[in-house]
Design a protein. Structure first.
Length: 83
């Protein structure tokens, strides 16, 4: 069961930029998940096409239609994803 605690959520988000406890939310009906990093994998990259393939495959693995968002910061990593 999800608990509603705006103070907990706001303080954790401001301090850590995420809310660790998936069972505590800002309000009823809002759910969030904490990103669970997969095992680090090494990729054989020989050229720019290989990099593009790895990025495309990674995005396809995480993408859920109408439920996936991407926050772009304006840095080089965001510029690569935006392109």
């Amino acid at each position: 069961m999800n608990k509603i605690d705006k103070i907990y959520c706001m303080s954790h988000y401001v301090a850590f930029r995420f809310i660790k406890n998936e069972n505590i939310n800002f309000f009823e009906g809002l759910k969030h998940k904490t990103f669970q990093q997969k095992e680090n994998s090494l990729y054989e990259i020989f050229n720019i096409a290989d990099i593009e393939k790895v990025i495309q495959k990674t995005i396809e693995d995480f993408y859920i239609p109408n439920k996936t968002a991407l926050l772009l910061s304006g840095g080089i990593d965001s510029a690569i994803l935006a392109s």
